[in-house]
Design a protein around this ligand. Structure first.
Ligand code: DHB
Ligand code: MG
Length: 215
């Protein structure tokens, strides 16, 4: 879904969202294949600030697409930091590999190929941060993994938690299944449990949830 940005988001993007040729190239490549669903540059900056704030050194990203958010995050890591990202689609894997190879942070990124449910079962923490941005219906499965593999005090971050503008009203919705809606509501409720998380939904254009894992 193409995003409609508010004037304020345009302003923030202009102020904070400068992109180099590599990031711009990813945007163009995704637009060419009709897949402009990556995070915005202002959200890339948000991820970078979160990484700096929390002293994150190890990240697991679920859902690479062409590597746009991975590059924003890898660029914010300190020396010795590492990002593991999971990618399923062969065409997207090829795109992302090319972009990582062109970047100055390719050695900080490991891309694992396959379905995230399977790949995650092979990944054992503790990691500092997880960024969930894959199939929306599986967010609770990914949170189950994060609860076991993100360190106490680590960050759980998730894109699209306002579910393309549908989250506040019950189904039916035109482009979102009732099952996905139910799953995202549950996911958001889990992160709102103050006995387990210190969290909030940041009202970016798509909703970006951020939660500190307290246990
Ligand atoms: C869409 C947007 C996203 O950020 C995403 O991860 C998946 C889908 C969309 O707008 O359809
Ligand atoms: Mg997304």
């Amino acid at each position: 879904m193409p995003r409609t940005l508010t004037p304020e988001t345009h302003y923030i993007r202009e102020l904070h969202g400068a992109q180099d040729d590599l990031l711009l190239g990813i945007n163009h490549a995704l637009a060419d294949i009709g897949m402009s669903i990556q995070i915005g540059p202002e959200e890339g900056r948000l991820l970078q600030v979160l990484i700096a704030l929390s002293g994150v050194k190890t990240i697991v990203e679920i859902g690479t697409l062409a590597g746009y958010s991975a590059l924003w995050m890898a660029r914010a890591l300190p020396a010795g930091g590492h990002l593991t990202t999971i990618n399923k689609d062969p065409a997207h894997i090829a795109l992302a590999r090319g972009f990582f190879a062109q970047s100055e942070v390719g050695d900080r990124i490991t891309m694992l190929e396959g379905d995230a449910h399977h790949v995650l079962s092979t990944l054992h923490g503790p990691f500092d941060m997880i960024f969930i941005d894959a199939d929306k219906i599986s967010y609770n499965d990914y949170l189950d993994w994060a609860e076991k593999n993100i360190r106490k005090g680590g960050l759980i971050v998730a894109d699209n938690t306002l579910l393309h503008g549908t989250i506040a009203t019950p189904p039916p919705h035109e482009n979102t299944s009732p099952a996905a809606w139910k799953q995202m509501r549950r996911f958001n409720e889990r992160l709102a449990d103050r006995s387990k998380y210190d969290g909030i939904v940041i009202p970016t254009s798509e909703g970006m949830s951020v939660a500190i894992k307290l246990f």
